[in-house]
Design a protein around this ligand. Structure first.
Ligand code: AP5
Length: 190
């Protein structure tokens, strides 16, 4: 099964991709996690991405495409995968079609949550990290979050039409508690 999780920052893509990967026994491929690892390791991609991510903007397509093409070619992704945070632009979606080379996506799961709740979740995660003495994500603050929301509205939301036109889009109410959302997603992929 080849799934895409689509949704704004804080919608629960990472949370749900992790749960679905356990249920379906296929890997979660998160471009955000891959990029944060690259930033921490100060690789060439990480050095180019760090400032852009901190501002809340999207990293240029070629950097992300190089990472994802390599990752989906690995043996553990042969049986399927859950893409978390990719694609994020129509150009990325078109490139994904080429990378998959005829192995079509099974479906695209859109997580819907209103903006007030997104803000509460992201600022809540930052507050929790601070309270635990852990590092706060560099883009978990109001300024970067408004850029992330803008990037979603301008560059990523058009993907819903892209995938709806291909009959692949399923939309789920992701404002529900975590386990309820998981149950809705499992039902949506049947
Ligand atoms: P990325 O890491 O993908 O971050 P994001 O899209 O901003 O999303 P988040 O990780 O903040 O939220 P999420 O939807 O995964 O929710 P989560 O489960 O974490 O991208 C970061 C940056 O990397 C981008 O801004 C960009 O710069 C770059 N990037 C990444 N991919 C790229 C691409 N393809 N192209 C270009 N650039 C790219 O949950 C959030 C919080 O809410 C958690 O605390 C969680 O516990 C809580 N929560 C989750 N679900 C629920 C629920 N149902 N009820 C209550 N709380 C919940």
């Amino acid at each position: 099964m080849r799934l895409v999780l689509l949704g704004p920052p804080g919608a629960g893509k990472g949370t749900q991709a992790f749960k679905l990967s356990q249920i379906l026994a296929i890997p979660q491929l998160s471009t955000g996690d891959m990029l944060r690892t690259a930033v921490a390791a100060e690789t060439a991609i990480g050095r180019q991405a760090a400032e852009i991510m901190e501002r809340g903007d999207l990293v240029p397509d070629p950097l992300v495409l190089e990472m994802i093409a390599e990752r989906v070619a690995q043996p553990d992704a042969e049986k399927g995968f859950i893409l978390d945070g990719f694609p994020r632009t129509v150009a990325q979606a078109e490139s994904l079609d080429e990378i998959l080379d005829g192995h079509n996506l099974s479906c695209v799961l859109e997580l819907k949550v209103d903006e007030r709740q997104l803000l509460d979740r992201i600022l809540g995660r930052a507050a929790q990290a601070r309270a635990n003495g852990e590092a706060v994500r560099a883009d978990d603050n109001e300024k970067a979050l408004s850029a992330r929301l803008r990037a979603y509205a301008d560059q990523t939301r058009p993907l819903t039409q892209y995938y709806e036109a291909r009959g692949l889009l399923r939309t789920v109410d992701a404002s529900l508690p975590v386990d309820r959302v998981t149950a809705e997603l499992v039902e949506a992929i049947q």
